[in-house]
Design a protein around this ligand. Structure first.
Ligand SMILES: Nc1ncnc2c1ncn2[C@@H]1O[C@H](COP(=O)(O)OP(=O)(O)O)[C@@H](O)[C@H]1O
Ligand SMILES: [Mg+2]
Length: 291
């Protein structure tokens, strides 16, 4: 198979998405985006603009129905693929609210994710994920790689014997997300950061983790309500999502403008009637982030 340059771009064209519960009420009303290798694209937008819906639609969440458009990655329309196949194609989709899995250790969890990914999308029978001679990773190499990534993320080795998300603090859940990402070495990562409860610890973990993993082979779609995260992760492009559409795209200065002015002026400039006062569209930081 020849890989053309464009296959390593996540290309979203005319994406329209509605909730399954109400398929006629489209939340996303035609999204166009092109995230290339090595690029960090930030999606910002007021609450309720459709940011999380975009992340969920890209990961194939069953509560949403795609009513139009296409999403191309690695030469395929990924909207036709199950979430696990998307992951096998090198996409990493972080959960905003990860679930706990008592009895499953972090190490086993990541090992099974890695094995699935090594088998690839066609579940090639010739690959034995546990056998290094057959395209797999031996237990020894797995442990070595885990230690390397733990060091990269400045994490304690005892972390991997804990059960997945069980009793994890918000910051530890973020650490697991970053560790998974480091171990799976995706080529496209989609990260949706919480609109609330993103405490300073979690913010730092995500920023340090992402910065440690930046590479010319990795495209990142970073979804965030707060510009603060963008002080630590420098995006190449910033997009403003409002009412299910991208109303503006620009460089980092766009994010700084939003921090300064809130979303009000840019929405008005783009002809969006806003029925809430400008103050409600400011990017006020959660209390935990204030100096
Ligand atoms: N599963 C769903 N069912 C019905 N409405 C939904 C669902 N998910 C999101 N919405 C609605 O779609 C809009 C956008 O939500 P969301 O994508 O969570 O926005 P954001 O992440 O930008 O705050 C909101 O009005 C929200 O109530
Ligand atoms: Mg959201």
């Amino acid at each position: 198979m020849t890989t053309t340059d464009s296959s390593r771009h996540l290309v979203i064209s005319g994406l329209r998405v509605a909730p399954i519960a109400d398929p006629t009420r489209e939340i996303l009303q035609g999204i166009d985006l092109d995230v290339g290798p090595g690029e960090v694209h930030a999606i910002m937008g007021p609450n309720g603009s459709g940011k999380t819906t975009l992340a969920y639609a890209l990961m194939g969440h069953p509560a949403y129905i795609v009513t139009g458009g296409e999403v191309h990655w690695e030469g395929r329309d990924i909207l036709k693929l199950s979430p696990d196949k998307r992951a096998r194609l090198g996409m990493f989709l972080a959960f905003q609210y990860p679930v706990a899995v008592p009895g499953l250790s972090v190490a086993s969890f990541i090992r099974s994710g890695l094995n699935a990914k090594l088998q690839g999308i066609d579940k090639n029978g010739e690959v034995d994920p546990t056998d290094p001679v057959k395209g797999g990773v031996s237990m020894l190499d797995f442990r070595r790689r885990m230690r390397e990534k733990l060091a990269l993320l400045k994490m304690d080795e005892t972390f991997v014997s804990r059960y997945v998300n069980e009793g994890f603090s918000g910051g530890e859940k973020k650490r697991l997300e970053m560790l998974q990402m480091a171990m799976l070495e995706p080529h496209m990562a989609i990260l949706d950061e919480t609109d609330s409860g993103l405490d300073i610890d979690a913010l730092r973990i995500v920023a340090e983790g992402v910065n440690a993993m930046l590479s010319p082979d990795l495209g990142i779609l970073l979804i965030t309500h707060y510009q603060r995260l963008l002080n630590h992760i420098k995006p190449d492009v910033v997009h403003v999502l409002a009412r299910g559409r991208i109303v503006a795209s620009g460089g980092r200065d766009l994010a700084l403008r939003l921090e300064d002015e809130g979303y009000g002026p840019i929405l008005r400039e783009n002809g969006l009637d806003i029925d809430v006062p400008d103050d409600a569209l400011r990017l006020d930081e959660p209390a935990a982030l204030a100096h």
